[in-house]
Design a protein around this ligand. Structure first.
Ligand SMILES: [Zn+2]
Length: 270
């Protein structure tokens, strides 16, 4: 089994959009995809499926936030052939509402050679899900939302932490461990696992899933699952997430034979 290092873009060229609205109705959450070239119809379908997944988990925003979702430009472009740089993903604009920093637009750009490979081996859906989460703020808007301080390795958002304590039988935990290895783009933006993704963490949920295999760790492994902790963490950064019934963790498609690929690191501007 190989591991894909996802060196994800953390942050982006953040420009601030101020939205004025008078309605106080709770907003729904929609991921609007703009396909700006280079994605095949089947690949576009995968992006659409991933957006549908997050729209099903994230039902809206915290009270006082007047957003309808995030508009995302998705494209494929020839970069450097199979392997090497996979692409880049992250927020491209944010807004500050009700005390939260929230992504309003984002980008996901993949190397077309890697897209074909990821699609062929069945891991494209997992990778797109992972990158969309970064666009939504996972790991990219943590410091702005005061749930994480860089280089500490300690996520302290209240909802994510409480869920982690229960889900992974860590009742005394005072933080959710965050990855410090892997260099810029991996460190400080993912849940912790053994650096390189090769070993079990020993931190398991009630169904025996090891944190190594969680969607939002820094390396892609087989038997990916999305933890309740990940879902709850979105509540800490402005969203409303619907918890899954106990035992109903989403098991995503397994991955086999993935080589090392990375997402290009982008500079963090805020
Ligand atoms: Zn990532």
């Amino acid at each position: 089994m190989g591991q894909t290092k996802r060196l994800c873009r953390v942050g982006g060229a953040l420009s601030i959009a101020i939205a004025f609205a008078t309605s106080t109705a709770q907003a729904a959450f929609n991921l609007t995809l703009n396909f700006t070239g280079g994605l095949s119809p089947t690949q576009q379908t995968v992006f659409g499926d991933a957006a549908t997944f997050w729209e099903g988990q994230i039902t809206g925003y915290q009270p006082g936030i007047l957003l309808g979702g995030i508009t995302l430009d998705a494209s494929g472009t020839a970069i450097d052939g199979v392997g090497g740089v996979l692409g880049q993903a992250g927020p491209t604009a944010t807004t500050h509402q009700a005390g939260y920093w929230l992504s309003t637009t984002g980008v996901m750009e993949f190397d077309t050679a890697d897209l074909a490979n990821l699609e062929g081996n069945g891991s494209l859906y997992d990778v797109v899900l992972h990158e969309m989460a970064h666009v939504m703020g996972f790991g990219t808007l943590w410091t702005d939302n005061h749930v994480y301080t860089n280089t500490t390795g300690r996520y302290t958002g209240a909802n994510g932490l409480a869920t982690y304590q229960a889900e992974f039988s860590q009742p005394l935990a005072t933080f959710v461990p965050v990855e410090l290895g892997g260099g810029a783009g991996t460190a400080d933006g993912h849940w912790d696992e053994v650096s390189g993704g090769g070993g079990l963490t020993g931190i398991t949920d009630g169904l025996g899933h090891d944190m190594r295999d969680e969607l939002m760790t820094g390396w892609l492994n087989s038997n990916i699952f999305v933890s309740q902790t990940t879902l709850a963490s979105f509540t800490d950064i402005g969203f409303i997430a619907v918890p899954e019934p106990t035992g109903a963790l989403l098991l995503l498609m397994g991955v086999a034979g993935i080589g090392m690929r990375r997402l290009r690191q982008g500079s963090r501007a805020a």
